[in-house]
Design a binder for this molecule. Structure first.
Ligand code: ADP
Ligand code: MG
Length: 351
């Protein structure tokens, strides 16, 4: 299982992406699109060039549309929903946000609100609802405590058709922990139905979904070393089965430094502070939306509580790297990963 020599995998631009392990006869086509604040990389095989161009255009159009719909802090349907929630009352929500908000609410409940997209005000207070945050400083504790006391949760919203009732004016929905997963799921559905795509891998800044195969071999995904200073060093690889979504939440994704401490973007809704204990959590699940929300929730749960939550959420494949660089993994995940860099210590949990 272990490849003991320290191999460094140079996997190309962003981190989790397909590795062309095969010298397949069928060509594959690649493109990169900047959207959702990250680089979206696409690789499609078993199509000709003109089909590939049509597929890339469809993906780009979908991404542009969805980015506007669900953007948490720019004006748009989500912004409007948040303003109306702030007034606490009943209103008609824009139809374009309803299915995703319903899904986000279900996943928030399943995760015991560790995935809590209603904490938009906290995410904003920590300075992550902006494109550039390098020069941020942490907020004052009294401001954090005031937002914590308001205790915004997705269960503060009742949804009946298009009618939303917000009972807590502190609710601000930030779908940053789930939107990429939902977008990938919708894009792949569209490509399967309308373009008969059978073999494709789409990676959104390392979070990805793969269907079919890469030529004669499966898609192979690298799991990033969260301590590496570059984005291209893997600790392990995993072979994706068709339909797998592989999502990672990491403290290295969006952060700033304050007194040499890393202030990262995943907030523990219980403390109001960036979640402690994890460096990264990788989850594999057939549904990309679930994988995205679960990676965020298990990151918050941390090394001592993730097992219970993974069981509750029905997540079989988990790899968590804690802040001491120990690896915690389910047996099912261990059966699928190949370590490149031998883990310092490995805690395996059945199944
Ligand atoms: P990434 O977007 O880097 O892949 P995540 O999927 O974990 O990482 O999403 C992190 C984003 O989710 C944050 O930038 C913020 O917008 C939002 N967020 C932060 N903390 C939480 C939380 N506890 N629950 C739900 N969403 C969160
Ligand atoms: Mg997520």
């Amino acid at each position: 299982m272990f490849i003991t020599t320290l191999l460094r995998l140079t996997i190309s631009l962003v981190f989790l992406l397909s590795i062309s392990a095969c010298q397949q006869a069928t060509p594959s086509y690649k493109t990169a699109i900047f959207s959702f604040g990250t680089l979206i990389q696409v690789e499609v095989s078993d199509v000709n060039e003109s089909q590939a161009q049509k597929i890339f255009k469809a993906i780009e159009d979908d991404l542009k549309r969805m980015h506007v719909l669900w953007h948490p802090w720019q004006s748009g349907p989500m912004g409007r929903t948040n303003s109306l929630c702030g007034m606490a009352g009943t209103f008609s929500a824009p139809t374009s946000v309803i299915p995703l908000v319903i899904k986000a609410k279900q996943l928030a409940i399943q995760s015991e609100h560790l995935f809590n997209p209603a904490i938009g005000n906290l995410v904003k207070l920590w300075g992550f609802q902006q494109d550039s945050f390098d020069k941020n400083t942490p907020p004052a504790d009294d401001k954090i405590q005031a937002l914590l006391k308001a205790n915004p949760r997705m269960t503060d919203i009742t949804i009946k058709g298009v009618r939303f009732t917000c009972r807590n004016p502190a609710v601000r929905i930030d779908l940053g922990g789930i939107a990429k997963g939902y977008a990938l799921e919708k894009i792949i559905d569209n490509l399967k139905q309308n373009f008969q795509v059978k073999n494709i891998m789409i990676s959104a800044g390392g979070d990805l979904k793969a269907i079919g195969r890469h030529g004669e071999r499966p898609w192979v995904i690298g799991i990033r070393d969260p301590l590496a200073t570059d984005k291209q060093t893997a600790i392990a690889t995993v072979k994706a089965k068709s339909g797998d979504s592989v999502f990672t939440s990491g403290s290295y994704e969006r952060y700033y430094l304050a007194n040499n401490k890393r202030i990262h973007h995943i907030i523990d809704p219980r403390s109001g502070y960036p979640a402690k204990g994890s460096l990264s959590v990788t989850v594999i699940h057939p549904d990309a939306t679930t994988a995205d929300a679960a990676a965020t929730a298990l990151f918050v749960a941390g090394p001592n509580q993730w097992i219970k939550l993974a069981n509750k959420m029905g997540i079989k494949y988990v790899l968590l790297i804690d802040d001491k660089n120990n690896i915690h993994v389910t047996q099912a995940m261990l059966d699928r990963v190949e370590f490149i860099k031998e883990p310092k210590s490995l805690f395996v949990v059945w199944p």
